[in-house]
Design a protein around this ligand. Sequence first.
Ligand code: NIG
Length: 409
Amino acid sequence: MSTLITNIAELMTQDAEHRVLKDAAVVIEGERISWIGPSSAAPAADDAVDAGGRALLPGWVDSHTHLIFAGDRTAEFEARMAGESYSAGGIAVTTGATRDTGDFDLTRLALGRVAEAVSQGTTYLETKTGYGLDLENETRSARIASTVADEVTYLGAHLVPSGVDAEEYTDLVCGPMLAAVRPYVGWADVFCEQGAFNEEQSRRVLQACKDAGLGLRVHGNQLGEGPGVQLAVEFGAASVDHVNYLSAVDVEALAGSWAGWQGPAAEAAGAGSNHRGTVATCLPACDLSTRQPLAPGRELLDAGVPIALASNCNPGTSYTSSMAFCVTTAVLQMRLSVHEAVRAATYGGALALRREVGNDVDGERAVGSIAVGHRADLHLLNAPSATHLAYRPGIPLTHAVWRAGVRAR
Ligand code: NIG
């Protein structure tokens, strides 16, 4: 089955050459993109969709969410808007509600959040455990996550549950809990922050998870400067997320981690030893909701650090799955160009999940860019150009979505 999408006013590919095509067409064949070119030269297909002069982007790649939870933190949000500051302790409220909710309802809630994200243009999504915080509940969170998301991260090291010794809990995270979740997860993460896990505990978690063969990510430098970024780089983590408080040394370390990378063109050519560094993942919706300074996305890009934008959808600090809101904020407040912001929310997310084309990722597994052979993850805007994402803030602009070639909206 093939589908021709024609009459695309602007096709923002986010491919290796950063191509933006005008008056373009795309053909989807099964799950893949089989042809891209000018509308006037488009081949015939089984089905045709007239884009009506709209803009087509890759689907959003949301590389940081926490969707496996129950309960509500409206009161905490209201207190914050009245001047209280955010602290990691609120996680315990969600942990209580999550533990009290059965598998069926926890799955139903998570699926609802995924559906909400997809309806807004998200086509590839990571989610985490982290609201179970004991062996049984982290394991079922991981199992449920593996049924609803594309990529699953083990975040047993989200908070030390109250009444539990921090060292003993870290032993559990690094030992029996890790063994129990291992079949369901590909990634591990640690919240390395005051009030969560200190440097030594974070180091233990990262080492144990690395030894277990998991890819690594770190929640770091969210509430103040700290060791999170340095640890992420030292351990070769794919991403360090939040990055609100960075020293010059942190930025240098992140930039240095990409020193051997030959860039996306070499990725596309399948360069054998194209070493990837640590992506800085910015979470602007969370920064606004916690009244933290926005992550320095402009400065990071200028220093040569690839960045991702992600929603951080969770009940405490960022209860939104809107990647468009993140892109809008990145343009209006973080001084990214529209192209840079869309790239960070598509290709950048893929890089943070190591699903960009190149190295061990062939075109068939690649997400976050529109190229022949790639998964057909497409987002048609109800606007003639991606600029409208920032020019018309708050307007729901998703017109149609294809996820792996299937029309999802
Ligand atoms: O990414 N920072 C740590 N974890 C989440 C928030 C968790 C919560 O408060 O429920 C985050 O912001």
